[in-house]
Design a protein around this ligand. Sequence first.
Ligand code: ATP
Length: 237
Amino acid sequence: MSKPILEIKNVDTHYGKIHALKGISFEVKEGEIVTLIGSNGAGKTTTLNTISSLLKPTKGEVLFKEQTISRIPPHLVAEGGIAHVPEGRKIFPRMTVEENLEMGAFRFKDSSKIKKNMDYAFEMFPRLLERRKQKGGTLSGGEQQMLAMGRALMSQPALLLLDEPSMGLAPLLVEVIFKAIQKLNQEGMTILLVEQNAHKALKIAHRGYVLQTGSMVLTGTGDELLQNDMVREAYLG
Ligand code: ATP
């Protein structure tokens, strides 16, 4: 594995007086799948929102490709190559699948490039091709997740942030989404994955970090964390 593409250094994030992240540090290297696991309220979503600059850290910094991005606006973080697929997908319900995908291509004006990226999203998620004229709001939960991920791919990001992609999905669709995450990674995408399904996430991740009430308490390879007693007891049931 190569150099870090993302470095979180001693980051604190607050919501008013609530101290949600307490001096967390971790990194993601180019080509990795790194997963962040933790119970409800541990700070996983807050971490992703701090990286994409939707929240500003009150201390510490976030470096992307060795440049600090902690205090620049979110649209510039996105333009710089970080795509964030948020919890709950947040697709545009009244727009068609195609229109939703086009919204993800904000970095590009060249229509042939947009078409090429859309073809790639369709190749990754053939179901989206079948539904391309359908309104986003009429898709199933799994299809909406595919659409949210496809939209993120349209910007050709260097780093993909995925917040609970399997949440609320039937087991068969969870499989489809996890297979797609692995395929994307095999084709070169670097991925930071937040998941409630710790078992599945650790199985596909190169490395993982465990977040507990805003602090990073454990790290290791996916396999090491799968074997760890504390992880087994607290997160693997
Ligand atoms: P979940 O899996 O439930 O989404 P999480 O690990 O993603 O959990 P966060 O959503 O990051 O956790 O929340 C971390 C802490 O910050 C929690 O104590 C939560 O109550 C608090 N928090 C999150 N969002 C806000 C907000 N908008 N205002 C105030 N407190 C918040």
